[in-house]
Ligand binder design. Structure first.
Ligand code: DQA
Length: 144
């Protein structure tokens, strides 16, 4: 049987995980974490994409249609600003789970509003990198 494909799409500054504000985002680089995540979840074929550029994130979301079974999206700062990412999620039928490493509601007020949530199946925020595993658990529990 073919493995279901899930892509993790991370937005700006998440390439700096492990170095960036470790008291908020932890000390692990995403590349290391991604290897462990793939080993723990052999039933999925995982892909990882990161960009600091809004338009590239939009293109990646568009290209996911017909190619993958689910998206774990941490749009990072674009969560709070990007109508284009909101519209791209709305333009595809692939289910998108919104992920945030930190609890965006415990932080500055400008982070309290996600403009992409209304297009996502749900959101996981504040549970650290475990949020990505929990997003995969959601996809395990669904057949689409
Ligand atoms: C983040 C939260 C955002 O507010 C922030 O801009 C990020 C990361 C998180 O994973 O907690 O870059 O999405």
């Amino acid at each position: 049987m073919q493995k279901r494909k899930i892509i993790i799409i991370n937005g700006p500054n998440l390439n700096l995980l492990g170095k960036r504000e470790p008291e908020i985002y932890g000390g692990d680089s995403f590349e290391e974490f991604f290897k462990k995540l793939q080993n723990k979840n052999p039933e999925f074929q995982l892909e990882y994409y990161q960009s600091n550029i809004e338009g590239k994130l939009v293109s990646k979301i568009q290209q996911a249609e017909g190619e993958v079974d689910g998206i774990l999206l941490n749009a990072a700062a674009y969560t709070h600003t990007s109508v284009a990412i909101h519209d791209a999620i709305g333009a595809i039928t692939v289910p998108v789970v919104e992920i945030h490493i930190s609890n965006i509601y415990k932080r500055e007020e400008f982070r309290h509003k996600s403009i992409i949530s209304s297009k996502c199946v749900g959101m996981i925020s504040g549970l650290g990198l475990k949020g990505y595993q929990l997003g995969l658990e959601y996809f395990k529990s669904t057949n689409k």
